[in-house]
Design a protein around this ligand. Structure first.
Ligand code: ACM
Length: 532
């Protein structure tokens, strides 16, 4: 039987073939089985985002049932990273890998997730991955860095084992060293749950998918003209009235505060920050339908299920508007552990310019009072006074330049490059096209570093790819627009410019199919990619 096994492995091993000795304790006798691993070049693995440095040593670690995970115990977060890895290994291979357990079983492989104070690990998300024949070490200064590191390891574990040895199956992982650190500290995506509502389960699936590609921010666009999606206990009609509409006339929906907290903690387990957005003073029709005193456009507010923008505004002159906003910000700040609260501020076309500036300054102060930093769409930067306020560039470059000149940071979300709701091409089943078509190539083939020549790279906090939901209402439609483009944005955010190259990326992207299939992702099979 072994002869047949070795023969079949040999046939499949046309690439570099390395022999690894594996001692297997059989019931009757001790045998040394020679297993030939077909693929052992760490530098040609299909990792996304591409790491900073990869040094292959052309051998293999055979992940198997006698592998154990140990983690640093000085920081509870490392323990959790170990359990997360063990669970993902189980889902992929069926192997039950113990974490921090003493065992009487034969152990021949170790994975150490190690808290290290190495000066080389400057960035809190940096990690080093050392893979030898029988040990894998992940060094990181923080649990966050360790978590990013195990995503790389997950991507290195093949979907199929060396399937010939049914009792002693091995999942070969190429040996070598990976030194990695992010290009930008903010690597985000946004989901519009206001135009169409997405369930907690949908959001969790999206979080799972983006975590695999090292994205670390999910911005939730929680309110808009068509619906209000977050429970505010002091203003219950926001959801009992404003939560039940959406584009096209569907039933809408909203998150209770408990559900929102569940999303926040699920994201935190993946070291992803949730940024809640309450869009104002425009995009507020649903709030004004719930509480008409808020309305400032002079018309009687009615539920809106269309797709126009720019017709609504809060009344910026009333004190009661600001008491309302204070309550909303206070309740959301209390259940949001991250440092940011997004105040929208886009397309307030029916708010007078002077009133808009007055409003943004007042709301900035309210947000700061509740110990949060403001993020807003580019327009807000004309009015903000605190340099900790961040401008999210989406359309007008001038606003990004103003932000930089003021000393504020910028998040790059240029619509024509990063909007996930733009169609891929004229044949796209979903999506809009007001900012143009964004093919899989276009999505990847630009450099945030040079996007706005007047602003220095250190003014850029990072990039974010927003997914607006006017034309999508199911997770499958969400996936069609987000995948595969979001994978490219993950690489633009993480991988430095020197390591990014379309021809190389598109091969790695083509090889994401096993993962996307395993996760049941309805990705758009762009003809520009030779999918595997
Ligand atoms: C936006 O697309 N209105 C920010």
């Amino acid at each position: 039987m072994f002869k047949r096994i070795i023969h079949s492995v040999f046939i499949r091993s046309l690439l570099v073939v390395i022999s690894i000795g594996l001692f297997v304790a059989c019931k009757e006798e001790k045998k040394k089985i020679i297993i030939n691993f077909p693929h052992t070049d760490l530098s040609t693995e299909n990792l996304i985002p591409k790491p900073l440095k990869i040094i292959p040593t052309h051998n293999a670690f055979g992940l198997n049932k006698s592998t154990v995970i140990y983690t640093s115990q000085t920081n509870n977060g490392f323990n959790k990273v170990g359990y997360f890895l063990s669970e993902k290994i189980k889902q992929k291979t069926g192997l039950d890998i113990p974490v921090n357990k003493t065992t009487t079983n034969t152990i021949d492989k170790f994975i150490y997730i190690n808290k290290s104070d190495s000066v080389a690990l400057k960035n809190k998300e940096a990690y080093q991955l050392y893979i030898t024949k029988d040990t894998i070490i992940i060094n990181a200064k923080t649990a966050e860095g360790a978590f990013r590191g195990i995503q790389t390891l997950r991507q290195l574990i093949p979907y199929t084992s060396n399937d010939t040895l049914t009792d002693y199956r091995l999942w070969p992982i190429p040996t070598g060293k990976i030194i990695d650190s992010p290009n930008y500290n903010y690597r985000g995506t946004m989901l519009d749950v206001a135009r169409h509502f997405f369930s907690v389960a949908d959001v969790k699936k999206y979080l799972d998918l983006i975590a695999y590609y090292k994205i670390n921010v999910l911005h939730l666009h929680l309110t808009d003209d068509q619906g209000w999606r977050i429970e505010i206990k002091s203003w219950p009609k926001l959801t009992s009235v404003g939560g039940h509409s959406e584009v096209g006339g569907g039933k809408g929906g909203f998150y209770t505060q408990e559900e929102y907290k569940d999303i926040v903690s699920y994201a935190a387990e993946r070291h992803i920050l949730i940024i809640p957005e309450i869009d104002m003073p425009g995009h507020t029709n649903a709030a004004s339908v719930s509480y008409p005193f808020l309305n400032g456009n002079g018309k009687t507010p009615k539920p809106y299920t269309g797709m126009r923008v720019g017709f609504s505004t809060f009344n910026t002159k009333k004190d009661t508007t600001y008491s309302f906003i204070n309550n909303v910000v206070q309740e959301i700040a209390a259940i949001t552990p991250g440092p940011y609260l997004h105040i929208g501020g886009d397309e307030s076309h029916v708010t007078k310019k002077r009133d808009y500036h007055y409003f943004v300054k007042k709301v900035e102060a309210i947000v700061n009072k509740h110990n949060k930093q403001v993020i807003g769409w580019g327009e807000i930067i004309q009015a903000t006074t605190n340099t900790s306020s961040v401008a999210q560039h989406w359309r007008t470059k001038k606003n990004a330049v103003i932000a930089s000149n003021k000393g504020s940071k910028i998040i790059l979300s240029p619509a024509k490059n990063t909007y996930l709701d733009m169609k891929y091409d004229s044949l796209s089943k979903h999506g809009l096209d007001w900012a143009g078509h964004i093919s899989v190539t276009d999505a990847y083939n630009w450099a945030p570093e040079n996007y706005i020549t007047e602003i220095p790279n250190n003014a850029i906090l990072g990039i974010e790819a927003p997914l607006w939901s006017e034309t999508i209402s199911t997770i499958s439609e969400l996936e069609y627009l987000a995948f595969p483009r979001i994978i490219g944005y993950a690489e633009l955010g993480w991988t430095n410019k020197e390591n990014r190259e379309w021809e190389n990326y598109k091969i790695r992207l083509a090889n994401q199919v096993p993962y996307l299939k395993h996760m049941n992702v309805n990705y758009y099979p762009s003809p520009l990619i030779e999918w595997k």
